[in-house]
Design a protein around this ligand. Sequence first.
Ligand code: ADP
Length: 545
Amino acid sequence: MKSTMMQVPLSTNMILERAGTYFGERQVLGRLPDKRYASRSYAEVYRRARQLAQALREELAVPRNEAVATLCWNHAWHLECYFGIPAAGAVLHTLNLRLSPAEIAYIVDDAGDRVVIVDDVLLPLWEKVRPLLRASNPRLVVVPYAGGMALPDGALGYESLIDRDASAYAYPVQDENEPVGMCYTSGTTGQPKGVVYSHRSMVLHAAVGCVPDLFDLSARDRVLLVTPMFHANAWAVPFSALMAGADQIMPGPHLGGEDLLDLMEHAQPTLALGVPTIWMMIHQALEAPTRERRLPKGMRMLVGGAAVPTSMIANFARHDMHIVQGWGMTETSPLGSVPVVKPETLELPLSQQHERRAMQGIATPLVEMRIADETGAPQPWDGQSSGEVQVRGPWVTGDYHGVPRDPAKFTADGWLRTGDVGTIDADGYMRIVDRSKDLIKSGGEWISSVDLENLVMNHPDVAEAAVIAIAHPKWGERPLVVAVRRAGAEVDSAGLREFLRPKLARFALPDDFEWVDAIPRTSTGKFLKTRLRELYRDRVSASPD
Ligand code: ADP
């Protein structure tokens, strides 16, 4: 027997068409550079994305399956690019504006970008990138985000480029495995590498992302995208939100704690996403209120990109804001796992529920997950044995753009080696212990920097903390706690150590503390441990022998 189903290739154009047909009245609410609010309907996004597609094809002659880059904040123009570039048969390549000009130039060259669509307010950055390009010579299209700025020589204005009738525009006919977008990994080991998503992977990921135990997205939602659209496509939520017909709220460059609270008050999101460090900052702003605020009740928050401390889950729950943690990476589109809450979990005391939610959880639908030791042997699901987390699925990358297949990144049977170290318990819930390179080995015992950070951040006077390894003549490595005090708090190293003592094995109890004003961050807002390691490279642990 043969299946009788139609062979319809999956395409992000289907998502755009559906939004244009059924959700034209839904809104993208954004903030302009001067903080004014501006909104655009999905009907306009639909029309303008198609105009962009037609212009890229007809006026700029962008060849099919070639990359068109964006160097933009989160706003409605960027959303148009998310759909207009693929609708032209081209590949949406989001550039991370927090990288150095040299890194951006490397990435533009590597991707072979034909066109770069850049915010007018980011032209000074682009001017630093351009002279560093070696291989590519992209056309420049300037988004009038602030408006009123002169165009550089040879550049095109976004609005005049798309000013055309595209009502009869026909999408190119494409196979579902053709590329739709690309993002670069952070390159903490070696040069950044390109991950290329397909129409098929993006549509499947967008659809599954809407299920209740993931983003739980519906046409009644208002999604606040704090995660930059250049960070793993804002976790591909713009695709899921358009598919579901949910409103989107875009903060632009206004990412401070007070700014985000203002935006939440104004826009009343039902769901917000961001990395833990952003929420730590928001929590500090919440706890030191400048005035009474009317914040959204019952808001869900999808927090991922780094481990979410249990204390953060509890702290926000007190404000009727509910954290769902997601684990994933650029290579996994990024949804890899989530700590799905089963009814049994809801019967547990609140503190244990929060601990459960602080786990990285079970594999998302259509993704498989396992842990393996250095020899590749599968590790038992006992919650104790740890191993490298490996994943496989239709939206997990099987390769990197333009580089020979790297056996260190993929297993012989085709699974992605994530470089994360985790345990899996008998119920299948995974817990990240560390990235392999972040583990601390003290006197032959492994110490998890993630666990230690989690415990330190449970101290009510600690705002943020990161843990790295420093040298010790006898023990090899010892943990150094780098911490930020909450405003007005007075906890000191001895006090923090006493707080930790009953919670830790003796060898894991840190003797070294450093109090700082702020912890350096990566381009995506996570704690930058490589910088901390540089800063404290020569520090020798004071632990007794
Ligand atoms: P990078 O952080 O290297 O720029 P990604 O954004 O792709 O690149 O990050 C992927 C990595 O982030 C994962 O391999 C993992 O180490 C970490 N990560 C993501 N989500 C979580 C989470 N919920 N808990 C712990 N670590 C996480």
